[in-house]
Write a protein that binds this ligand. Sequence first.
Ligand code: DQQ
Length: 533
Amino acid sequence: QKMLAWQRTSFHFQPKKNWMNDPNGPLYYKGWYHLFYQYNPEAAVWGNIVWGHAVSRDLIHWQHLPVAMVADQWYDINGVWTGSATFLPNGDLIMLYTGSTNESIQVQNLAYPADPSDPLLRKWIKYEGNPVLIPPPGIGLKDFRDPTTAWTTPEGKWRITIGSKINKTGISLVYDTIDFKKFELLKGMLHGVPGTGMWECVDFYPVSKIAENGLDTSENGPAVKHVLKSSLDDDRNDYYALGTYNAGAGKWVPDNPIIDVGIGLRYDYGNFYASKSFYDQEKKRRVLWAWIKETDSEAADICRGWASLQPIPRTIQYDKKTGSNLITWPVAEVDNLRSNNNEFNKVVVKPGSIVPLEVGSATQLDIMAEFEVDQNMLKKVDGSNATYDCIKSGGSGERGALGPFGLLVLTDNSLSEQTPIYFYIAKDLTGNFNTFFCNDLTRSSEASDVRKLIYGSTVPVLQGEKLSLRTLVDHSIVESFAQNGRTAITSRVYPTKAIYENAKIYLFNNATDISVTATIKIWQMNSANIKSN
Ligand code: DQQ
């Protein structure tokens, strides 16, 4: 019981109790950030889905509000499923969402605020002509869900996309509308990728190739690239690709078909699904939410009385330096929770050693670390491990010439429970380096009902760059970012011993041939203020 209580987070968004999944219709309105989410008001398991609702001034401190939309119509009686918000030019707001009908058919519905003068948007009206879209011919009745935010077309209409599949090809259908009541299906589709299966929670938005700021969903032009994201129902991960949008045809093509949607890049290589972004018109940035599920047993969820988290919302930017990936990074407001800065300068970590970092309790932390590796040593070491792969490797215990090295978080004094987050440098026979960023959960918990995977992927490291990582630790969630957000890994961790004052943090180096020099800043994180309704 004590362990279960410890698992509740202190600065991540989660409902007071019961089940949460996808973020829905995130937006900023009259001074408030709104988060709606898939919610079961009855239990800590999926079912009876309605829209939970909370508001915040800063994306960190939250006020829970009553449920925003319930399942009370024939067209959503089996669930008020995922949807997105769109602002009209006059500032009006509309919501499109999927309803699971009395026959469990997936249809799209329109809703709008009952009182637009209420900044808290507490009451929602469902349009009397719902549903506004039913599955078109050739599309499965249960393969048609999660409408996006709308954007404008060159002819001044609105356009949305909705995920689906045809056989095993994941696709996204495109519809134009003037009033969100009548829709016209475009020929073909926005995009499709064979073998990727059902596309859930498609997201589609522009990113600037030149500026730092985010872009409204309708922005387009030569300085813009378009991101297409799909949540793969079969594989339960969120994949994106950068590409070019042809507004005339209503089609998108990837920059590089080898890393197309569903077969290439992910927002996060850990536990991160059904994400949704929105344009924050107040701070001129694009912000990303997602469903971070539990990875222990359903029995544990029921025992805790709650299940699932949201990440610290992340800003999304195009990576101008590499030109081939996005950068995601916790919103700046989370920095306001930092206190008690501890700095460790140029700590040398020799091959096969660990170094404790004394920071007091290590359960709520923000950690920034840089690792320097002797360039001469890098040159001297023979190439051998070019085929390294975080997931297929032996994890943090498998020693190579140039890795792994990094942090052990949520680790007890005896190291019997430890959560390593690390780099691994691989070198091929021609002398090329490939850097990996991994998170090994195999020893994260002595509990037997926990899934203990190894997560990770490559991370681009450009000439002259130090290796850097940031990790946020909040009880049962660990969010890690390498190279300022080029690669992210979120994991859920359920220690049984490394809890309360027994949770510690260490540096480790399991490389055989190199020492690393680490410079680290660690802040204790205050708890967020999350008020019940
Ligand atoms: N969750 C919703 C669906 C969506 C799925 C139902 C993704 O609309 O496709 O709770 O997690």
